[in-house]
Design a protein around this ligand. Sequence first.
Ligand code: NDP
Ligand code: MG
Length: 391
Amino acid sequence: MVRRVSILGATGSIGQNTIDLIRRAPRDYDVVALTGAGNVAQLARDAIDLRAEVAVTGREDLLEDLRAALAGSGVAAAAGAAAICEAAARPVDWTMSAIVGAAGLAPGLAALRNGKTLALANKESLVCAGKLMMDTARTHGARILPVDSEHSAIFQALTGEDIAAVERIIITASGGAFRDWPLERLAQATPEQASHHPNWDMGQRITIDSASMFNKAMEVIETHEFFGTPHDRIEVLVHPQSMIHALVGFNDGALMAHVGPADMRHAIGFALHYPQRRHLPVERLDLAAIGQFEFRPPDERRWPALRLARETIAAGGLTGAVFNAAKETALDGFIAGRIGFTDMADIVAQTLEDKNASDGLIGATMTLDNVLRIDHLARNAAEAAMNKRAG
Ligand code: NDP
Ligand code: MG
């Protein structure tokens, strides 16, 4: 059966890996919408090649460029955040949500309202609006399949199991670019140095978030939101090889580990073919050649982001939206050279304490409007904290 699919964030690292899998079986898919932002040349190339119905850039200033690149192809062009949501709402069987940041939330919700399958790479939408995402899926009879490698691993380890028998969930972390740096050097780390991951090839933002462990911090929140696990039953374990992605511990003492290569096409392909398993073009691990797996506890002095994630879950309500907006703003500040590497966690901590970051909305109903309102306020509060630090 031919399936209709859309890819939000098609020009990014996850989007391109998704396209790689779809290209291997083009007759199995009708591509409906592809979305991107700055990279309209890539967006247009893929949209023409995959005969998409529509290509949308998030950047309104690039609409003419996109139109020109698509001229004569029969692929429709559109631009802007609202156009991305409209494209995401087109009826399909399967959507990949792989926009980076809170910008992925509204399109993800639009896709969920189709009542079909959302493959979710955009972890920010669970961090800033987990309950809204899960409730929207439930209300519309849609299914969310996690694409983050750890959460795909947990999902796979839970297949056929009773969630009530789960004692703990362990997600692993490579430790990122600065795992073995002396603590005193971290404050001097540059964006360039933070943008190299020891094991994974990913977009720049998540790669820097891996070095600061903000990525893992978000994944702790993501685990809590998606699987409903209390935060004191979610553990983080440093595992430099990035081959065990997560482990689920049951009440009889068993630990089910998911082992696989550091290649996102596994988790993407699992979500694409679910509930079947199909052949995927990923490396087969040779455990005898690998020889050893290492584990160590994360040092919270090196990675204060982990503590901030637990505080965010414990605070509840809409605190996740503050956490995410503060983190995205601090990351922008670090990439732009306005603040140092270790300042990012300080800015997030300060923003979480700042009443102006939420304007009394923390306990409000989780609607898209309230989440976007907090997102805006918390970005301003984080900006103010950065200006103070820089000044
Ligand atoms: P990339 O930065 O590589 O790609 C991001 C995508 O989002 C691009 O298509 C980009 O367009 C688009 N985009 C950026 N800003 C906007 C915006 N404001 N509005 C609309 N579209 C926008 O990111 P990744 O592929 O690495 O990550 C995507 C998501 O998946 C993130 O949430 C990340 O945390 C998550 N994830 C990624 C993993 C990975 O291996 N890369 C692993 C697990 C999760 P353009 O490039 O054209 O500007
Ligand atoms: Mg991950």
